[in-house]
Design a binder for this molecule. Sequence first.
Ligand SMILES: [Zn+2]
Length: 241
Amino acid sequence: MVGRGFGSNEILTADDLRIHSDFVLPAKHPLIEELGQQKHRLAKVTGLTFSTARTPVDVYLFRDRDSFNDFTAKSNAAFASRRAFFVKSDSMLNVYAVWGDRAAEDLRHEVTHGYLHSVAPSLPLWIDEGLAEYFEVGPGTDGLNWAHVQHLAVALEQETWTPSLGRMESLFDPTKLTQTDYAEAWLWTHFLLSEESTAALVRSQMQRYQNKTGVSWTAKVHHLVHDPNQRLLEHLKMLKR
Ligand SMILES: [Zn+2]
């Protein structure tokens, strides 16, 4: 299925990425190089090791929306309204994206899923999305996803949202995630990575997922942080300033 109808004969590689495009990409495109580098940034933040032989991530780039839609209608109709998506099976990790003005953030996001699933396929949805949202803003930003800060600040003010790590842990269906879910998943991730004790917990938890022995986060975070839901809100207020 993969690649059929794609009409691609362009394949570039950047680290463990294989880039296929239905248009000619410059051999050393800065964004493609950055996406290759992103694996090392992800390894540093999460403590995951990518050295073991594993499935590479294939990235399919479409020159425009029409080309993407044509392909998606035939192969992945459920994603027709998206600009980019990630799909996996036992033998492949594929990212599909429109090469448009949002390509950088879309690709950073979906490629994060690709890298994560290459070594820790049973990661809980919230941290999988939280890390994708953390990395989509690109290098030099410390993962600060300003759109989510603003979204949550408004939701808090309008009393349409209260944080709950327990609720985050209960999420399992990516098709049911709301914008607030993405934002909260990002905020927990950003919060936990902002202090060394909790960042160390993230790394040890990720190690467990890599070794397929994943355990619940809520009890572990409560053990390290007094009233984490409240502390999360303080983190949000600090970011807003
Ligand atoms: Zn995602």
